[in-house]
Design a protein around this ligand. Structure first.
Ligand code: OTU
Length: 651
């Protein structure tokens, strides 16, 4: 380690004159130089260590190192001053995203509002709902035809012309910022589309660009890799490689055939993608969603998922962001085993992460009406290191995979394989008595494995209830939707809605009519926004009345407002309460001197909880349900209606 530190210091001394030269060429003023150099020195040892570990054996390592640092310097000096202000502010307040005031939403620009210009007109809607964090699905230039919902990017520096321009994006970011909404965009960095300039150069025979990807002349290497690889999109093709007719070579394609995996063992790829990342950040992005993090590092003989190299790459990006654009945060998208999910979370890696385990287990509890597996998992998986947070969600643009830990299931006597089969049956509506209307995604005939597509409302029973025109069923469905929302809004972390949830968007089976979508059942839960319901929102109907859509909207809006009024809901700290009732989930949220107890009923029948236990949990003699405003005394038991959640605080 001593030797490495010496190398680090020598390298920095060698690079210093090049940086000075860069300041002179760009006529950078002293303040900006000082700020950058202070951060460079602060993060230098770690940055050097990571890059050295990744690329130190390359003969041209020093060249790449120097280029990387100059890329970072360029990102800082070309960054708009308004964003540098944000950087400076967030260095003083690094935990801004842990506030109870933060509530997120995700949407497709085209499906929600045609284009970026129209989206700007809808900022009022986000405010009305209470959102402070907006994730726009990928909006950059894509290949024609199927583009995997924007995840097959051809150019990271131009917006899909159907959605607008880079200037529209900048303007949107600025207007959102003005009203306190942060902007999240994907950094789709595992792969580019086959139409990206780098891929095209590779196709034309350019060897330098062929090294940007994993390209093989015959099956020898691919076959060796395949021994230990999973198939992520088995309905697209068998295996992970695609034959390219023009090049007459095999290309590594973890996802669709047209999504070429980038080769991060090549430092030129790291630097090229660093430049793209800084460009995206410069448009005014607060959080970058690191797509498909699990797959970015490959090693023969391994699963090529969640390898140490993947962590090093993200940590290196993280350090360079701390140096060049320090206000920017990373969000990890690792929809993998919970032990692996958490490894991407850290101040020095991704500060926030999707919480796929909670997501899957909330659906599991809804199906079983039992919180045992959820409790088991939460008991040792919820807490995260300081300076990090979960992003808690119920549905997103992707499928639901049952990524809970087999050992957690075994610990409470559940066979994980059978249980996943049950859940798949349940959520595709095949299980007797199921309320759900999901459809299979990536069903693997060979293994029997599948994931589930469907909207929150359809999976929670609203579609079936409407079809049956059964009022009681509709009530239960709304109850289930609000139950799940009440957990993600209170358990600790950033709640993230998938827009459409707020008015009970149902599955849309018309996607099969579009040949570019027909092969991907996730489109069932990606319909166009139906703005009609909004007109009714403004009508002066008595609250609690009106359409189902309106009722769902108002109930969710209310929950969001209540969340924001509860300082106990900041941060992550959560302690489970033993409820001695498998239908109930109970936990205490604590922040500074604030406390809030959450009790949720996953059964479709009335349940009670001991008032005494609530006193022990810190509720004193009298307490209030912040959701309904009702007050209770701990001398009596607390009652919960089917699917009811109570957020209790002392009075
Ligand atoms: C991500 O998801 C995106 O969210 C998907 O929309 C993309 O199709 C995909 O990457 C390719 O860009 O397989 O079904 O973590 O589950 O990364 C979703 C593992 C996916 C994968 C996840 C991927």
């Amino acid at each position: 380690a001593d030797g490495l530190e010496l190398e680090a210091q020598i390298s920095l001394r060698r690079i210093a004159p090049r940086i000075t030269q860069f300041w002179q060429q760009t006529e950078t003023d002293d303040r900006l130089r000082d700020e950058f150099e202070t951060r460079l020195i602060r993060h230098w040892s770690e940055t050097f260590g990571l890059l050295h570990e990744l690329y130190g054996t390359r003969y041209d390592f020093f060249y790449h190192l120097e280029q990387i640092i100059l890329t970072a310097a360029d990102a800082w000096v070309t960054r708009p001053e308004s964003l540098r202000q944000v950087d400076r502010h967030r260095e003083i307040e690094p935990d801004w995203f842990e506030s109870e005031k933060v509530v997120g939403g995700a949407l497709y620009v085209d499906l929600f509002s045609e284009n970026l210009g129209r989206l700007r007109e809808q900022i009022g809607y986000f405010q009305q709902l209470g959102l402070t964090y907006l994730h726009l699905m990928p909006l950059f230039a894509v290949r024609p035809g199927n583009n995997d919902g924007g995840y097959a990017i051809s150019n990271y520096r131009s917006v899909d012309p159907r959605l607008g321009t880079i200037d529209d994006l900048r303007m949107l970011a600025e207007e959102l910022r003005a009203v306190g909404i942060t902007l999240v965009l994907d950094f789709v960095f595992n792969h580019t589309s086959d139409e990206h300039e780098w891929a095209k150069r590779a196709q034309s025979g350019d060897r330098e660009y062929q090294q940007f990807y994993y390209i093989y002349p015959d099956r020898t290497e691919p076959d060796k890799y395949e021994h230990t690889l999973r198939e992520i999109f088995p309905t697209v093709r068998r295996g992970n490689f695609t034959w390219h007719d023009g090049m007459e070579q095999w290309v590594w394609t973890t996802f669709n055939n047209f999504q070429w995996d980038l080769n991060y063992s090549n430092p030129a790829v790291f630097r090229a993608m660093l430049e793209e990342m800084f460009f995206i950040a410069s448009t005014g992005i607060d959080i970058l969603r690191f797509d498909a993090v699990a797959f970015i590092w490959k090693e023969m003989g391994t699963s090529c998922e969640n390898l140490e190299g993947a962590h090093k790459i993200i940590q290196a990006f993280n350090r360079l962001v701390r140096i060049a654009t320090p206000g920017v945060l990373f969000k990890s998208e690792a929809i993998v085993h919970p032990d692996d999910v958490v490894k991407y979370v850290g101040e020095d890696e991704c500060q926030i992460s999707y919480n796929p385990t909670l997501m899957a287990l909330l659906w599991e509890s809804l199906a079983t009406r039992s919180t045992r597996l959820l409790n088991q998992s939460l008991s040792h998986r919820h807490n995260l290191p300081d300076g990090t947070a979960w992003v808690n969600y119920l549905r997103c643009h992707d499928d639901i995979g049952w990524t809970f830990d087999d050992a957690d299931a075994a610990a409470i006597g559940i066979n994980a394989y059978d249980h996943r089969n049950f859940l798949n049956h349940f959520y595709t509506g095949q299980f007797k008595g199921s309320f759900a209307r999901g459809i299979p995604f990536q069903e693997n005939i060979a293994t029997g494995d599948m994931r589930i597509a469907g909207t929150l409302a359809s999976l929670a029973g609203l579609e079936l209830a409407i079809e049956k025109d059964d009022e009681a069923e509709k009530e239960l469905a709304i109850g289930r939707m609000m139950l799940l929302q009440s957990i993600t809004l209170s358990i600790g972390g950033i709640p993230l809605l998938y827009l459409g949830e707020e008015w009970g968007m149902l599955n849309d089976y018309d996607f099969v009519k579009d040949p570019a979508k027909a092969g991907d059942t996730r489109w069932v839960h990606r319909p166009k926004m139906k703005w009609e319901f909004l007109e009714e929102l403004d009508d002066k109907i008595e609250s609690g009345g009106g359409s189902i859509q309106r009722r769902i909207f108002e109930a969710l809006q209310h929950l969001i407002n209540v969340r924001k009024s509860q300082p106990a809901l900041a941060g992550q700290q959560m302690e489970l309460i033993k409820t001695d009732n498998t239908h109930l989930l109970g936990f205490v949220r604590m922040h500074q001197s604030h406390r809030l107890v959450v009790i949720a009923n996953f059964a479709d029948s009335l349940q009670s909880f001991s008032g005494n236990a609530l006193r022990t949990a810190g509720m004193g003699r009298f307490f209030e349900d912040a959701i309904t405003g009702q007050t209770f005394a701990s001398s009596e038991d607390l009652h919960l209606k089917p699917y009811q959640t109570r957020w209790l605080c002392r009075v």
